[in-house]
Design a protein around this ligand. Structure first.
Ligand code: IMP
Length: 179
């Protein structure tokens, strides 16, 4: 197993994440309290851990669906072109939808996906992002619920990767390059 050319400094502990998700779930439940069944849409791959914990905290009927968009590749800079690699399996017309994103960075991904999903005429379409890096924003867009605002740092863990590694860390850490 190769050594990482970087170290990871813990930014947000697993315990802090869990407590924040409980609070987010209470807010989301109360907003969608009159909903028959909420469609929770995870944006792959970075949101898979977050969505798993979030839906288990939501004490209401939910279904889960996924989309995948093109992402960073292996670089730490954001690509502006957003492509849909995997679309939803289900229909969302007339449904209440919660889009779950790992990080809102430049905002291009969220803007593109929201535009596409709103064209399918959901009843309500809201966004919950685990992390928000407002300093990096290039397009005006905001998640309705945010777990944590973080500074302009490259982060990994809790589902989030650097070059497909470190998604399995239970906490969120900042990448510090050592060479
Ligand atoms: P945006 O389109 O620039 O907002 O980028 C959103 C996507 O970029 C996120 O869903 C992540 O997959 C990825 N991303 C943004 N910042 C980071 C980071 O610090 N670490 C790993 N992936 C990131």
């Amino acid at each position: 197993m190769g050594e990482r050319p970087y170290v990871i400094d813990e930014l947000i502990s697993a315990k802090t994440i869990a407590a924040r998700i409980e609070a987010l779930a209470r807010d989301i439940e109360s907003y969608f309290s009159d909903t028959e069944k909420l469609v929770v849409v995870g944006l792959l791959r970075g949101s898979f851990v977050f969505i798993a914990d979030l839906v288990r905290e939501l004490h209401m009927p939910v279904e889960v669906d996924f989309m995948e968009t093109s992402s960073y590749g292996n670089a730490t800079t954001s690509s502006r072109e957003v492509r849909i690699l995997k679309d939803l399996r289900g229909e969302i017309e007339g449904r209440d939808v919660l889009l779950v994103e790992d990080i809102v960075d430049t905002g291009h991904t969220l803007k593109h996906v929201l535009h596409m999903l709103s064209g399918r005429k959901p009843q309500r379409l809201k966004v919950c992002a685990l992390l928000d890096k407002p300093a990096r924003r290039e397009v005006e867009i905001k998640a309705d619920w945010v777990g944590f605002e973080i500074p302009d740092e490259f982060v990994v863990g809790y589902g989030i990767d650097y070059a497909q590694s470190d998604r399995n860390l239970p906490h969120i850490g900042a990448v510090r390059f050592t060479e």
